[in-house]
Each structure stands twice: as structure tokens, then as C-alpha cells.
Design a protein. Structure first.
Length: 433
């Protein structure tokens, strides 16, 4: 698929790097671009002369698709379609993002979120047709197609159905997270913009044992996080165990943020972000090789999103330090200190700084507590001692003639569960005496 990139900005020089990366991530071959700095034209987005230049560029490059980095209204899409060579597809930034999401959605949850986003994108266009149909005696006005009232109602019903199913999936995943937390696991989430290196960092932090968050993932598909220089490599969540002695830590990689996403699109994928909102610690991964202004803008957006619902501490990770020298890194630390106090510099690519990051994770996670339990010597006591070894850091076990003294440190939830099981043992022992 050969594509021409189109972008208009009110002033300044249009930057087409991100939309080009998105197009290539979707499988397009970008063969040219047309940009303009001026106010938006309500009929064509571009001015008429620039729109004609776009049409000529498409013809010369034999392109099949025009991808606008701007959001196109239904009238603009129709008018551009009439102006461009016959058969040329016109899509905008958000249609392209939905196309990528659709290609990457492997799990039921991801597929539902893509479907929800598509429906939320289509609904206002269907409602626009409804408005025109009421105003105009020609239902096909402006080439938008005939208004079908049943389609509007069907979209709303589908949105309601998908939300109900996603709510059920979220409830199941929350129960799974609580079981893991009760078993002594600390939950750490990776957040940040796409291509910041989150998936590569996950592979650095992970040990061999994998915990699959996506239980409905087809067994033939590799559930481990991929590490590729590509946008939206990770659409669903991938959870793996990290080596943070003496803790048991699970780290989850989620879909990356991307700039200029409309609220309806972020809202469609909020269930994926629940892995971030419900974590014990969030690692906000930043590509430190990017310009300071760009990093600053992304940090502001991430903070706005994360602090809205997140209560866990947030640690900023300056990734890709292998691409900057010490002076540049120091300059960016100073310039971004208000948004990223005490960041952890790492290179997930070559492993630099990973040990320091593991130490920081241990320091930021909830403190463990010390506990001493006296257990009666019964047939079930060794089962509890074994469970404590698996879920806590055991400091000492002393065996007496009639009891066992276990000294250990663990998460408060594990201590509460150990106390409850110890009480059950003591009650059973007293009843049999």
C-alpha cells in the first residue's frame, strides 16, 4: 500500500515524523508528503491550491492512500475523495490508529477495546447524517450515504454490550491481581509513550518464569513482550516476574501512550490502563534521547493521565541512555527535574543501570513488616511453614517439642493471611486436645 502523508498546522513547520512512523507501523509504504501552514479550510482541510497539489502528488507517486495527520470531518473526507484520483482512500490520524490497533489486537479484551473505539468514532458521523436527514430532503446529501436510524441505535446497543463485557473482564482481572497481591506479589506497571522502550525494559527486568496476564491468548502466539523499533508492538498487557530480592514482583507492560489522542479513544482503552492504576508502583518510561521540549510535553500528558486515578508512587525511568552522552543526560535531568525528580537512568538495550533500578523498585514498594508466629505442632503445620517460605522472607524457624516458632518479614497482606491460618491451626489443635 503506497501512501502520501498530509499535514496542516496553523503556524510553524509541520512535523510528519510520528504520522510517518504510524503509517509504516500499519504496513503502508510512505512515498511522499504534502504539508501546509495556514488555518484549516472547512471544505478540504488544505487550501484549494494545496489540495490540488496533493492530488497531483498522488497521481505522480501512484499512491493508493492519503493519510492526514489532522482529524477530518465527514464533509472534508468526501470533498477530498472527489478531488483525488478515483479509488484513492482518504483516512485521518485516528482512523489509522484504529487500523493499527485492529491489526495488533490478539486477545478478547484488546479486540473489544478496538471495536469500542471504532464504534465511538463512527457514532458522531452517523449522528451527523441524522442531522442532515432532518434538514434536507435528500438523505444522501454531500455523498455521506443515506441515514439509517436503525444503525445509530445498533451502534449505541453494541457500545453498551461491549462496555458490559469489558466490565466483566476487568472484574476478573482485578480478582486475579488481588489473589497475586494476597500471595505476596508486589505489582509494578510500566507506563509511557510508545517506542520509549517499555517492552525491552520488561525483558531486562524479567526472570525466566512468565506469568501470562492474557489467559485467552492463543497458545501458538508468543505472549512475551516483543522488543522492536515499532509503534504499538504491545497492545494488550504482558506480565512477568522480576528478580527483586527478597520480594516477589510482577511487572506489567501495557499499551503505550501516543500524542494527540482524543478523549473517546483513551476512554475506549481505559481497561488496559487499569493495570497501571491498580499497581503498587508505576515506572514511567521516557526516551531520554528525544528533545527536551518533547520529553516535557509527554511527561505532562502522562502525569495528567496517571495522577487522575493512580495512587501508587511514580518513578520516572530515563531510558536509552546509550544514545546520549553524560553532559546531555545531566542537562535533561536539570531541565526536567520539576516533572521527573530523581529519575533512574538506564539503557534497557545494553543493561546499564538495571541494578540501580531494581534497588529503586525495592525502596519504593510498600514496606514489609516483621512477624513472629508460634504454631502448634500438628500434621498441617509444615504446610503453613512451607507457604510462608514461598510468600515471605523467612529469617528463622525453630522447632520445639510442641510448637514451631517462625520469624519472617512479608507484605502486610501475607502477614494477615499467615496469622489467620495460624489461628485455624491453634483452634484445631485445642479442639483435638
Amino acid at each position: 500500500m503506497r501512501a502520501i502523508i498530509a499535514k496542516r498546522v496553523d503556524s510553524g513547520t509541520p512535523d510528519t515524523q510520528e504520522i510517518t512512523d504510524l503509517a509504516e507501523a500499519a504496513g503502508y509504504e510512505v512515498v511522499g508528503e504534502v504539508t501546509q501552514s495556514r488555518a484549516a479550510d472547512p471544505a478540504l482541510q488544505f487550501g484549494e491550491g494545496k489540495a490540488n497539489e496533493l492530488a497531483e502528488t498522488v497521481r505522480m507517486a501512484e499512491a493508493t492512500t492519503v493519510i492526514f495527520d489532522n482529524r477530518l470531518g465527514p464533509y472534508q473526507t468526501y470533498n477530498l475523495g472527489r478531488l483525488l484520483p478515483e479509488g484513492t482512500e482518504v483516512i485521518d490520524r485516528f482512523t489509522l490508529i484504529l487500523e493499527i490497533f485492529g491489526q495488533r489486537a490478539r486477545t478478547r479484551k484488546a479486540q473489544l477495546q478496538v471495536e469500542l473505539a471504532e464504534l465511538r468514532y463512527e457514532l458522531p458521523r452517523v449522528e451527523a447524517k441524522a442531522s442532515l436527514a432532518k434538514r434536507d430532503e435528500h438523505p444522501g446529501f454531500m455523498g455521506l450515504g443515506e441515514y439509517d436510524e436503525s444503525r445509530e441505535q445498533d451502534i449505541k446497543a453494541q457500545i453498551s454490550r461491549i462496555r458490559d463485557e469489558l466490565t466483566q473482564i476487568e472484574r476478573t482481572e482485578q480478582q486475579r491481581r488481588e489473589r497475586r497481591r494476597a500471595s505476596g506479589f508486589d505489582l509494578v506497571a510500566l507506563a509511557g509513550y510508545t517506542n520509549a522502550g517499555k517492552s525491552t525494559l520488561l525483558r531486562r527486568l524479567a526472570v525466566d518464569l512468565e506469568v501470562d496476564e492474557n489467559e485467552d491468548l492463543h497458545p501458538d502466539l508468543d505472549a512475551t513482550a516483543e522488543s522492536r523499533d515499532n509503534l504499538f508492538t504491545t497492545l494488550g498487557t504482558t506480565t512477568r516476574r522480576a528478580d527483586v530480592e527478597p520480594r516477589d514482583v510482577l511487572v506489567t507492560d501495557t499499551v503505550g501512550f501516543i500524542s494527540d489522542l482524543p478523549h473517546w479513544l483513551v476512554e475506549s482503552f481505559k481497561s488496559t490502563l487499569d493495570s497501571v492504576y491498580r499497581a503498587d508502583l508505576v515506572l514511567l518510561v521516557v526516551d531520554v534521547s528525544e528533545p527536551i521540549d518533547e520529553i516535557h510535553e509527554k511527561l505532562v500528558t502522562c502525569h495528567d493521565t496517571l495522577y487522575e486515578r493512580n495512587e501508587a508512587p511514580i518513578v520516572t525511568v530515563f531510558n536509552k541512555t546509550d544514545l546520549v552522552d553524560d553532559d546531555e543526560l545531566a542537562e535533561k535531568r536539570r531541565a526536567l527535574s520539576a516533572l521527573a525528580p530523581n529519575p533512574v537512568p538506564v539503557s534497557a538495550h545494553d543493561g546499564t543501570g538495571i541494578d540501580a533500578l531494581l534497588e529503586r523498585i525495592d525502596a519504593e514498594l510498600p514496606d514489609w513488616e516483621d512477624e513472629r508466629l508460634v504454631l502448634p505442632m500438628t500434621d498441617d503445620t509444615m504446610s503453613l511453614v512451607s507457604w510462608i517460605h514461598d510468600n515471605a522472607n523467612v529469617e528463622d524457624v525453630t522447632y520445639g517439642d510442641d510448637d514451631v516458632l517462625v520469624s519472617f518479614e512479608a507484605r502486610p497482606a501475607v502477614i494477615e493471611q499467615a496469622r489467620a491460618r495460624a489461628s485455624e491451626l491453634q483452634a484445631a489443635s485445642a479442639g483435638s486436645a
